[in-house]
Write a protein that binds this ligand. Sequence first.
Ligand code: ATP
Length: 245
Amino acid sequence: MDLSLAVDAKNLVKVFGKITALDGLDFKVKSGDIFGLIGPNGAGKTTALRIVSTLIVPTSGSVRVYGYDVVRDPEEVRKLVSYLPEEAGAYKNLSGDEYLNFMAKFSSKSKKSIDATVGVAAEISGLGNRLRDKIKTYSKGMKRRLLVARALMTKPKLAVLDEPTSGLDVLHSVHVRETIRHYAEEQGIAVLLSSHNMLEVEYLCEKVALINQGRIIAEGSPEELKAKNEVDNLEKAFAKVVGLA
Ligand code: ATP
């Protein structure tokens, strides 16, 4: 068992009825790394992230998170992982502050540590005084920032972020990306994220896997993928690998 590996996914298969969402996926995320899964709609990214986060079980294959098997030891995995779904709602009638407090109580016991956790989240969210307002008055981007803050506030050993900047404007995307990077570097947490935004992936990720139809079709650092495909950005590399360019 390699405990320096945040995620070790082997030959992952997930079948939904007639649809094979994952068709033998292998990838490893090292502790402290930011790893990006990129690919077209329906490629299997969310399915892979949900398996790693113990929300669904694979049809076959295995995933270990810091050595714990997601099927045999889901409770242990859940202590280490924080998951940001692609589309998540928050409790609309709570204020941002109340929501963060409510969520912090799952991981912190004393008032002091709950307050500290909420303080971290408030900073990450950048929502300032708006945290006092009800979530139902927030814009889509504000809700996303609140949820990203919720996912990172407990400083998980592994943050699994499905499209972390989806719906955010440029400035807030930059803020969220810098926060993710800061947490990965300062806290040594591992991040597994999915994204459609190649700029984001180039900026954030040490390693990227290009996924298509449930399989990894290329893997490496953004630099390696660009060099190998003789192109100057990841978008072009991806188009080339899937045969569109
Ligand atoms: P997107 O970029 O559009 O979010 P994705 O790469 O995250 O796509 P998934 O959501 O993992 O893709 O879906 C992979 C495939 O599995 C798709 O064909 C999808 O329709 C199918 N799928 C996912 N979840 C289910 C489910 N609960 N039941 C049936 N099919 C599903």
